[in-house]
Design a protein around this ligand. Structure first.
Ligand SMILES: [Zn+2]
Length: 298
């Protein structure tokens, strides 16, 4: 199995998506966090259907807010029984390589491989650079677990915290979600923030997710207004520090799952990237830093 996987075509890995229980699963076993009931389907069977149609081989699952700090639904996907079942559905790649983020857990015994810092879950008035934040960031580095930053209200608000953490703990890998939530700049202020995103590439530990295009574009699918910023991000960071992601299931009513992958692909074509650079962004980058898959460096 491993040998076959290593010699196959380059893997397409979605670096950012969520799954949560169906209403029936929630009623029976995996309740939603009160007030966080989802408004759209996100169960894993639906994800697998979408991935199968889109030709996506693997994914990095990000713990959803709908279950808040209850990781049991996502953890279930990491258990051996479930993994085998999933692999039987359509996977050529061992589905066992799928790992997940956790908002809070700093122990990785369940197969969790990365951490997500949500600045809005810090106590009011406190920064991600407080004692707990620094301890978690340092520990993640020791464990080889990347830390994702979700700067939904603007990169600028959290930039100095990210810079401080990167400076103090250079061995912790950082993932910036959704192009740092930088929309194509329309004025000088936005230009400055976008320059700061590019400038963060001076920290070799920082990677960028080219994900959730619908959240950063000002246009409809296929989000062509992102062409210029994608070109600039790739030239600052290099393709081997960029990874595409869909933000399933939120992307489904926006443009569709398969189309999310195709939109990224088209932007990379427009940026005239080589096939090797495209491979990095479509799977190799995330494969290397999260899954540590030896085939990613072959
Ligand atoms: Zn998301």
């Amino acid at each position: 199995m491993a040998a076959a996987a290593a010699s196959g075509p380059p893997k397409i890995i979605d670096s950012h998506l969520h799954v949560w229980a169906s209403p029936q699963q929630a009623a029976e076993k995996y309740p939603y966090f009160p007030g966080q009931e989802p408004t759209l389907p996100g169960h894993v069977e639906f994800l697998l259907e979408c991935m199968g149609q889109a030709g996506v081989d693997g994914a990095l699952i990000v713990q959803p807010i709908n279950h808040k700090f209850d990781h049991s639904y996502v953890t279930r996907l990491l258990s051996p029984v479930m993994l085998e079942n999933l692999e039987c559905h359509f996977y050529h790649t061992p589905f066992g390589s799928v790992k997940s983020y956790s908002h809070s857990s700093m122990s990785f015994q369940d197969g969790y491989r990365a951490v997500r810092f949500n600045p809005y879950l810090w106590p009011s008035g406190q920064l991600m650079t407080n004692e707990v934040g620094k301890a978690m960031f340092a520990k993640a580095g020791e464990l080889g677990a990347p830390v994702g930053f979700m700067c939904m209200k603007g990169l600028d608000l959290h930039l100095s915290e990210i810079e401080e953490l990167c400076t103090e703990f250079p061995s912790t890998v950082v993932l910036l979600d959704h192009l740092g939530f930088c929309k194509p700049p329309k004025n000088q202020e936005e230009e400055q923030v976008f320059s700061k995103l590019l400038n963060l590439s001076r920290f070799p530990q920082v990677y960028v997710k080219l994900s959730a295009l619908f959240r950063v574009s000002r246009c409809q699918y296929p989000y062509e207004d992102l062409s210029d910023i994608v070109t600039k991000v790739v030239s600052s960071y290099g393709a081997n520090r960029i990874m595409w992601g869909s933000d399933f299931p939120y992307v489904v009513p926006e443009c569709g799952y398969k189309e999310a992958k195709e939109a990224v692909w088209q932007l990379l074509q427009q940026a005239q990237l080589s096939s090797s650079e495209t491979e990095w962004i479509m799977g190799r980058t995330v494969n290397q830093i999260i899954f540590n898959n030896p085939s990613s460096s072959s």
